[in-house]
Ligand binder design. Structure first.
Ligand code: AHE
Length: 358
């Protein structure tokens, strides 16, 4: 069939809207009509050419929602008409990673996914001249229709609005999941969120959901304060206004019973490796945990004194918020529909596919 898509023809160039060919789903695959998609910083990271896994031409996009229109042979978990959210972290429930119960990072198709192809090594997209166009993160949601492996779609309730729940395909799950799955934040905790963009806001609402007492937001842009406070930030810190961010946070988190100070948890939502160091070092001696979420530039490395870890601090990372997509994403859609979490205030712009480069 033919479909319209925003194609990343080459690194550093705007996406090109064009008609492309899309082959039907092969065994174990499904075709989805994408009803809405978000644009994530990671799409931009890849388009810029900075992503070592970036391959072109490709159809980007990994934060979508839509309807199954066709299923390939052997597909049993979804059927035509089902509402789904594509998963860039699939859940096969059979690979050593899924079976370990220690990680959400299913590895059954990650190798082919990183090459921009379906599990059989071929692409379903091509130009009208027949030249292959690569998939992206196994999703390619910047297309009116796409094909994904069955294990890379989460079936969700049909009364949820596509233009809101598409955000659960990445940002919402990544931020909230980092709190509840990766850090496992407890009631009463003191936490710090570095970077008050979409991921940071979702970390903040995850912290509020988890019952954190203190949620310190750190950002260079004070204009982000109102939205962060709306989602639950209790204190704001602008690094430009203090001499030493780490010392400031340590002092802010001291209590009459704890004159050592330091956050119980911190989250990096910036991708800046210098901020990641501050995020680690502002956590509490003995038990502080710092969770890296932000995508750092290719080749960038983190640094700290080993003593920071020797004295009990833990540095962790998280992808897709530690969520098992087919199991957890439907629940997060329910949380949104039941009013436990908010998405609507974060949807600041709605564009047509043709406006995607705006
Ligand atoms: N291809 C990049 C990896 C970029 C990266 O770290 N991606 C994050 C965020 S994706 C959604 O925004 C991630 O979770 N990746 C999981 C995965 O399996 O890649 C590079 O640097 O190589």
């Amino acid at each position: 069939m033919r479909t319209r898509a925003a194609v990343a023809v080459q690194a550093g160039k705007p996406l090109e809207i064009m008609e492309v060919n899309l082959a039907g789903p092969r065994p174990g695959e499904v075709m989805v009509e994408i009803k809405a998609t978000g644009i994530c910083h990671t799409d931009e990271f890849t388009l810029s050419g900075a992503d070592p896994e970036g391959l072109f031409p490709a159809i980007l996009g990994h934060e979508g929602a839509g309807v199954v229109v066709e299923v390939g042979e052997g597909v049993s978990s979804v059927k035509k008409g089902d509402h789904v959210i594509p998963l860039y972290t699939p859940e096969c429930r059979q690979c050593p990673s899924c079976l370990s119960r220690k990680t959400n990072l299913c590895t059954s198709i990650r190798a082919t996914q990183g090459k921009g192809v379906m599990p059989d090594g071929t692409s379903r997209f091509s130009t009208l001249d027949g030249d292959p166009i690569l998939h992206y993160m196994g999703c390619s949601t910047f297309s009116n229709y796409t094909v994904l492996p069955e294990i890379a779609v989460a079936k969700v309730r049909e009364d949820a609005p596509f233009d809101k729940i598409c955000y659960i395909g990445c940002g919402v799950t990544t931020g909230i999941g980092a709190v509840i799955n990766t850090a496992k934040v407890e009631i009463g905790a003191k936490a710090v969120v570095f970077g008050l963009g979409g991921i940071g806001l979702n970390v903040i609402q995850g912290l509020r959901l988890a019952g954190a007492d203190m949620i310190i937001g750190v950002d260079l842009n004070p204009a982000k304060v109102p939205m962060a406070e709306h989602f639950g930030m209790t204190h704001f810190l602008n690094p430009k206004e203090v001499d030493n961010v780490v010392a400031e946070i340590v002092n802010m988190t001291k209590t009459p019973f704890d004159q050592i100070g330091g956050a119980d948890y911190s989250f990096d939502c910036t991708g800046n490796v210098k901020v990641m160091r501050d995020a680690l070092e502002c956590t509490h001696r003995g038990w502080g945990q710092s969770i890296i979420i932000g995508v750092a530039p290719a080749g960038a490395e983190i640094q700290t004194r080993p003593f920071q870890l020797v004295t009990g601090r833990v540095w962790k990372g998280t992808a897709f918020g530690g969520a098992r997509g087919r199991t957890d994403v439907p629940k997060i859609v329910d949380w949104y529909m039941d009013g436990k979490i908010e998405i609507d205030p974060m949807i600041t712009h709605t564009l047509k596919l043709d406006e995607i480069n705006k």
